[in-house]
Design a protein around this ligand. Structure first.
Ligand code: GLU
Length: 417
């Protein structure tokens, strides 16, 4: 059997093509939406602690800004490529459209292992990268946020650097900031909380209780770790978790608090003593009810899709499943809640944070979570309805909705000049 080309961009474009074919999208619109609109690559110097000058490569890509300012995270990862950033920016366009928030799609990245830098080096790298991409970003133009390898502190440095250039404080230039400089309650947990809301909706539709369900989570960062905790709070049993160094499995359930403590101490979950060791690839094939990929793209492919044993897959990561794997999972009756829906809680609360920053009027955590729940539940129901009506799986249904929204906005605005 020939395996698909496992590049994130090729997969993102294939997903788009499937929807564009079904929608019989106008060829001109198809040409516009299939590729990013704007790409910036920068090579910039950073003074390292030992006095050496090192150079780093960074990107910021705008896939589409028809529905509003460009929105999307910044990733710090040693293996990230421009093609990854292109794919991730496309997924942001569809993600924002799926949950009907008025943004276009963007993504940024720096090719770096942030764990190999001192705090001072990380700050200087962040500030210089911000300065390099400052020709694109701005509160009404392009609003970065955290992604893999970045966090609230890094957003604070971006906000400060941009504000220093502007001569005044501009909180709405980034989201995912610390609360005391204009961040939103609930943002840190938002991606995981959003996923828990759509899983709850799915569980109801499939008459499948979350309480008692066995869950495997690939990834134990901000998203994966929080997903595991929230699902445990809902009564589920977390049987496996992992990070970049490997995973752990315990059939009877992992003691999550002890696992988190272990990771905080030793830097990884992989050598947690009271569980069996598994690789990241093995984790995906463990017996469980719900599988939550919450790490990198291209994890579930034609190579392993027929060995997945979960009944539901809730995609917190961007791009974890390839189109070929989607078909296999669909044929096997596995219910996939796609990334552009299941992982949209983060950008939804980013939107709330941005609105709060622009209005300088801040909400309680209860208000944030209630609005997030409303957005996620309604997007889930819309996608589910489309999946039933069009007889397609949930990813294609979400794409049909998202692509037609963006295409219609493009059509109605017209082509300039
Ligand atoms: N990085 C997150 C994502 O991929 C959040 C993006 C944002 O909040 O702008 O969805």
């Amino acid at each position: 059997m020939a395996f698909e080309q496992e590049s994130a961009l090729a997969n993102a474009q294939k997903q788009f093509d499937i929807a564009a074919d079904k929608l019989q999208l106008d060829p001109g619109l198809r040409r516009i939406l299939r590729v990013p609109q704007r790409e910036l690559t920068v090579t910039f110097p950073v003074k390292m602690d030992d006095g050496r000058i090192e150079t780093f490569v960074g990107h910021r890509v705008h896939h589409n800004i028809t529905r509003g300012p460009a929105k999307g995270g910044i990733r710090y990862h040693p293996g990230v490529t421009l093609d990854d950033v292109r794919a991730l920016s496309m997924w942001m366009t569809w993600k924002c459209a799926t949950v009907s928030i008025p943004y276009g799609g963007a993504k940024g990245a720096v090719v770096v292992d942030p764990r190999a830098l001192s705090p001072g080096e990380l700050e200087r790298l962040t500030r210089r990268y911000t300065s390099e991409i400052s020709i694109l970003i701005g509160p009404d133009r392009d609003i970065p946020a955290p992604d893999i390898g970045t966090n609230a502190q890094i957003m604070a440095w971006i906000m400060d650097t941009y504000s220093m250039h502007s001569g005044h404080t501009v909180p709405a230039v980034v989201t995912g900031k610390p609360i005391n400089i204009g961040g939103s309650y609930g943002r840190q947990e938002a991606t995981a909380r959003g996923l828990s809301y759509v899983l709850r909706e799915a569980a109801e539709v499939l008459s499948f209780p979350i309480a008692g369900a066995r869950i495997a989570v690939q990834g134990f960062g901000n998203v994966g770790g929080t997903c595991a905790r929230l699902l445990e709070e809902m009564g589920a049993t977390i049987v496996a978790v992992s990070d970049s160094k490997g995973g752990i499995y315990r059939r009877s359930g992992l003691p999550l608090a002890a696992v988190a403590e272990h990771k905080a101490r030793s830097g990884t979950v992989a050598d947690f003593p009271e569980a069996d060791r598994v690789t990241n690839a093995e984790l995906l094939e463990l017996p469980c009810d719900i599988l939550v990929p919450a790490a990198l793209h291209t994890q579930i492919t034609a190579r392993n899709a027929d060995r997945i044993r979960a009944r539901i897959i809730g995609e917190a990561a961007n791009g974890p499943t390839t189109p070929e794997a989607d078909s296999i999972l669909y044929d096997r009756g596995i219910f996939v809640i796609p990334d552009i829906l299941a992982g949209a809680g983060g950008v939804t609360v980013s939107y709330f944070e941005w609105v709060q920053g622009l209005q300088e009027f801040f909400w309680t955590e209860r208000e944030v979570n209630a609005q997030l729940e409303r957005v996620m539940a309604s997007a889930f129901q819309q996608v589910l309805r489309t999946a039933h009506e069009q007889r397609v799986h949930m990813r294609t249904a979400a794409y049909l909705l998202a692509v037609s929204k963006v295409a219609e906005s493009t059509r109605i605005r017209g082509i300039y000049p």
